[in-house]
Write a protein that binds this ligand. Structure first.
Ligand SMILES: CC(C)(COP(=O)(O)OP(=O)(O)OC[C@H]1O[C@@H](n2cnc3c(N)ncnc32)[C@H](O)[C@@H]1O)[C@@H](O)C(=O)NCCC(=O)NCCS
Ligand SMILES: Nc1ncnc2c1ncn2[C@@H]1O[C@H](COP(=O)(O)OP(=O)(O)OP(=O)(O)O)[C@@H](O)[C@H]1O
Length: 227
């Protein structure tokens, strides 16, 4: 099995790349989705967030008020507190998921998609001590970074929210989220592969298809060596 981390800043197109890899046969775990599931009422992250932030982050129907939590995270600058409650749970769930993928298919390409693969200071048990090295180095065999110019990413983010959020509000929200992430250059410098997503979706499809052939081959080679 090949364990791949797929990352990129807000609006870069990493979910679009993940969808392409999935169609090509990769196994995919999307961190946003795993995080959302763990923030459902009754789940572990919901309980700790509710305890920590109080009733203002719970909607009338008892579900998590994500907009209220986003304001606390990004407008009030408290994203680290949320990360500390959510990341260890998400990473533990993904480590278990990757183990299951490998048990079912020892030549699988298992891709974890997350905006914060480099940034997070957590592993599946909790915070990683300073001297222990960055957690991503032990979680993944290969890292793929999706990049796009900041203004292209901004326009994609605004377009995705169009209709529900005014342009100016979405633009300011983009800036605050991007500020909680590393810049593309810092991520690209550590990546094994960079997908530059500054053209059409067809271009991304072509580049991702080329890259997937390499990842698949590496997964097969590792599997053959382990036999
Ligand atoms: C604050 C929350 C509730 C806001 O929810 P919302 O529906 O508005 O955003 P969503 O989760 O769809 O994220 C959209 C994008 O925002 C950016 N973003 C989300 N969380 C973070 C974060 N902690 N740091 C930096 N950027 C982030 C990412 O680019 C992400 O793809 C949510 O993002 C959250 O719980 N974040 C903390 C946990 C986390 O790190 N999630 C991402 C990976 S597990
Ligand atoms: N090359 C492209 N051309 C046109 N639209 C694109 C392209 N790549 C991505 N998009 C669109 O831009 C938006 C953002 O892409 P996507 O959701 O894949 O980004 P992301 O990196 O996962 O962002 P986030 O961190 O916000 O979840 C989506 O609506 C997507 O369809």
């Amino acid at each position: 099995m090949l364990r791949v981390g797929l990352t990129g800043g807000v609006g870069s197109g990493k979910s679009a790349a993940a969808a392409i890899f999935r169609d090509l046969g990769a196994q995919i775990s999307q961190s946003d989705e795993v995080g959302r599931a763990l923030m459902e009422p009754g789940e572990a992250a919901f309980e700790s967030i509710q305890r920590h932030f109080g009733p203002s982050v719970v909607s009338g129907d008892g579900s998590l008020n994500r907009a209220a939590l986003a304001r606390i995270a990004f407008d009030e600058g408290r994203v680290d507190e949320i990360n500390a409650m959510v990341h260890p749970l998400v990473i533990a769930a993904q480590d278990a998921w990757a183990d299951r993928v490998g048990e079912n298919d020892s030549a699988a390409v298992a891709i974890v998609e997350s905006a914060l693969i480099f940034e997070t200071r957590f592993n599946g048990r909790g915070p990683v001590a300073e001297g222990d090295g960055a957690p991503w180095r032990t979680r993944f065999d290969r890292i793929v970074v999706v990049t796009a110019p900041l203004e292209v990413r901004r326009q994609r983010y605004i377009a995705r929210l169009a209709g529900s959020v005014p342009h100016e509000v979405a633009s300011a929200d983009f800036d605050r989220r991007a500020a909680a992430q590393w810049p593309d250059e810092r991520k690209a410098a550590l990546a094994d592969f960079v997908l530059v997503n500054d053209g059409s979706l067809q271009h991304l499809q072509d580049e991702a298809t080329r890259l997937y052939a390499l990842l698949r081959q590496e997964a097969a080679d590792r599997n053959a060596e382990a036999m």
